[in-house]
Ligand binder design. Structure first.
Ligand SMILES: CC(C)(COP(=O)(O)OP(=O)(O)OC[C@H]1O[C@@H](n2cnc3c(N)ncnc32)[C@H](O[C@H]2O[C@H](COP(=O)(O)OP(=O)(O)OP(=O)(O)O)[C@@H](O)[C@H]2O)[C@@H]1O)[C@@H](O)C(=O)NCCC(=O)NCCS
Ligand SMILES: Nc1ncnc2[nH]cnc12
Length: 284
């Protein structure tokens, strides 16, 4: 008699379940506090045009579009088809928020990961470490980099002005910042035994320190982005959430970012994506 395979913790694999997981990850990002300059359930950070309710409305509106992306991934559809679904999702986001850009970066990056999960996930099994990012790079890198550029979008302008790759570069390379920085920081944060929210704070700060975030560049220029990255790196280097007073230190950083109107929206998106990948892949 042949041995049955040992199944690890059940991971979702059908399109509706993957979409629910994606939305749960957006909500967990919103739940996380303190995240410097970013919107949470506690306050609106550096933003006066959106709050937690705006993000809730946006996340809920995205669920059917994530399901469509998972289905498209399962059918092996190309980037053109994913882009059309992504643009519909952006329209749904704007309708739900009265025109505010809450999740455009997450629709793009998390959307690509949801499509990859639709293609790869199998009942009851976690994926191999790195599988989702590898799939996005292998299947879509060329189309992502060759895709249309929205000339007047603040992110696109920041990418041109400061010569950084932004969201398309991160996705086409298979999410290196997520895998090399976000996931290890989430696992390190868990080892500090301060709870799951603290682990997400550790991941968020590590991502801010590492990412060329076009939102920081757009709002704060090179000096603002440099300040944000150095402050976040200082928090991590000092021990992150393993420090006894980590919460007070992270709150002080939050206030400093708000005073300069800095908002690392790209790192916030990557935090949600990190949690998504952590749920679906085995730890390395
Ligand atoms: C491919 C696009 C998504 C590229 O868009 P864009 O040309 O704008 O380029 P980027 O800035 O590089 O990326 C867009 C958003 O991605 C987030 N982001 C920023 N840096 C990075 C990074 N290094 N890596 C990954 N992701 C990154 C970020 O999104 C978050 O911030 C937004 C909120 O910011 P906020 O400051 O409040 O608001 P703004 O409206 O920008 O202005 P102000 O209020 O300050 O005045 C929010 O979206 C967060 O999610 C970047 O903004 C796109 O062009 C595209 O093609 N989309 C089509 C859909 C598609 O192809 N989908 C594929 C399948 S799903
Ligand atoms: N919580 C948040 N605050 C501000 N911008 C964001 N973009 C994605 N999540 C965000």
């Amino acid at each position: 008699m042949s041995a049955l395979p040992v199944l690890s913790t059940a991971a979702p694999c059908d399109a509706p379940a993957l979409a629910r997981l994606a939305v749960e990850c957006l909500r967990l990002e919103l739940d996380t506090y303190p995240k410097p300059g970013l919107v949470s359930r506690i306050d609106s950070g550096s933003h006066d045009d959106m709050d937690a309710a705006t993000f809730e409305a946006s996340a809920a509106a995205l669920e059917p579009h994530f399901a469509e992306l998972a289905q498209a991934g399962a059918q092996g559809l190309p980037m053109d088809a994913l882009r059309r679904i992504g643009l519909d999702a952006e329209a749904a986001m704007r309708a739900a928020t009265g025109g505010v850009n809450t999740h455009r970066g997450a629709i793009f990056g998390l959307g690509l990961l949801v499509a990859a999960a639709g293609a790869l996930a199998a009942p009851g099994c976690r994926l191999a470490p790195g599988a989702l990012g590898f799939h996005v790079r292998a299947r879509h890198a060329r189309a992502i980099l060759g895709g249309p550029v929205l000339l007047h979008a603040p992110g696109a302008q920041a990418r041109r002005r400061y010569g950084v790759g932004g969201a398309p570069a991160e996705a086409s390379a298979g999410f290196p910042t997520l895998y090399r920085v976000g996931l290890p920081a989430l696992h390190r944060g868990r080892r500090a035994r301060a709870g799951e929210e603290a682990a997400r704070v550790e991941a968020c700060l590590a991502l801010i320190a590492a990412l060329d975030d076009t939102n920081l560049l757009h709002r704060g220029g090179e000096a603002g982005a440099r300040f944000a990255r150095a402050e976040a790196a200082g928090f991590v280097a000092a021990g992150g959430v393993a420090q006894e007073d980590w919460h007070a230190r992270a709150e002080a950083l939050h206030r400093a970012f708000v005073a300069c109107r800095l908002s690392p929206g790209g790192a916030a998106d990557l935090l949600a994506m990190t949690v998504f990948v952590d749920r679906l892949e085995r730890a390395p």
